[in-house]
Design a binder for this molecule. Structure first.
Ligand code: PLP
Length: 353
């Protein structure tokens, strides 16, 4: 198998893939494939229940929160947040820390007013912008806590009384933070959580009464919550595999996951900082532990290193098409040994130049 550092769809642990494959053939001696299970039957109900309780427990959230599962990816959440929570006369705050943050902001304009409280766009999003004082009358404040394309990550969060809404797609459950500071957290599964096809939402239940307009049920957090994510036929495979990944994280423990994440990122950044050929893109104070973005001083080395790594079975380290260079995504399924393999490859490449 190739070693995959792609930003998403991303690597999953072999043991999770093995269990998911077995369940497709037959789910736990039930006589049915996972893909044939009735979504309102007892078996799937238990899978959903386990996924919900594992997610709450790993996030350190209590009964004030509910876990919901949506299709439609991050982009649907960009639309649903203002659609549900931004009245036409109200204003929402956004921190413009990258392409996905800007896409989320673009959707707010469809439903109400928005205010950008900080932006690093003029500097190619190479850092997390300062945000200053947060007005107390905002409907909510939206952040993208980890910027997948630019390799930047919030290392502290705005202190505010307005509901904090966060896109944590490319970092969910990679570090211990106070998740209860947020009123709504969303994360597409295909990075740190499972396969594409589902987005996990953790919502503070008091938000469910804040719907600002009539909406089709399928676009309403309130109605989805009332129906325990079973308003329509859910993506059974994606939820099951995410549940396996949550179990895998539970067994490892958040402390070990965070410590390994720090060790992985430190090793790779140190290698880049000491490389005669490479340099890091994000400003040091904003560096992401999840997506490490770097470039070659001499552009001719970019394709050469990509080819050299591919010949050693390492893929997915090409930077996003909008920024070029390299990006290694160090999500939870990537081990320290995997990063050591990448680092050895970079060092061996340097010797060939
Ligand atoms: C932080 C972040 N948010 C949202 C998205 C968009 O997710 P989707 O393609 O599932 O809509 C991405 C995609 O890479 C992302 O990195």
């Amino acid at each position: 198998m190739l070693l995959n550092f792609d930003a998403g769809p991303a690597a999953l642990p072999r043991e999770v893939l093995a269990q998911a494959s077995a369940a497709i053939l037959e789910y736990d001696n039930s006589g049915l494939s996972l893909l044939e299970l009735p979504h309102r039957g007892k078996i799937f109900e238990a899978i959903l229940e386990e996924a919900n309780s594992l997610a709450l427990s790993l996030l350190g959230l209590n009964d004030d929160y509910q876990i919901l599962w949506f299709q439609g990816g991050g982009r649907l959440q960009f639309g649903m947040i203002p659609m549900n929570f931004l009245g036409s006369e109200a204003t929402a705050g956004y921190i413009d820390s990258g392409h996905w943050a800007a896409e989320a902001l673009r959707n707010a304009h469809l439903y109400g007013q928005s205010r950008v409280l900080g932006s690093s766009q003029a500097d190619q999003y190479t850092y997390i912008p300062d945000w200053g004082a947060i007005p107390g009358d905002l409907a909510y404040l939206h952040l993208t806590t980890n910027n997948t394309i630019y390799g930047t990550q919030f290392h502290s969060f705005p202190e505010t009384t307005v509901p904090l809404v966060a896109d944590m797609s490319s970092e969910i459950l990679s570090r211990r933070i106070d998740y209860s500071a947020f009123s709504l957290i969303y994360a597409v599964a295909q990075k740190n959580l499972g396969p594409a096809g589902v987005t996990m939402v953790a919502i503070r239940k008091s938000m469910l009464d804040q719907q600002q307009r009539a909406l089709p049920e399928i676009l309403s957090y309130r109605d989805m919550a009332k129906n325990n994510s079973l308003l329509n036929t859910p993506p059974v495979f994606a939820i099951y595999t995410s549940m396996l990944m949550l179990r895998w994280m539970q067994e490892k423990g958040m402390e070990a996951i965070e410590n390994e994440s720090i060790a992985k990122a430190t090793l790779l950044y140190d290698t880049i900082d000491n490389s005669p050929l490479l340099y890091g893109v994000a400003q040091p104070g904003s560096r992401s532990r999840m997506n490490v973005c770097f470039r070659a001083h001499d552009d001719k080395h970019t394709q050469q290193l990509l080819d050299f790594a591919a010949a050693r079975g390492i893929v997915g380290i090409k930077g996003h098409r909008s920024v070029g260079g390299f990006r290694a995504s160090l999500y939870n399924a990537i081990s320290l040994a995997d990063v050591e393999r990448l680092v050895d490859t970079i060092r061996d490449f340097e010797k060939t130049v």
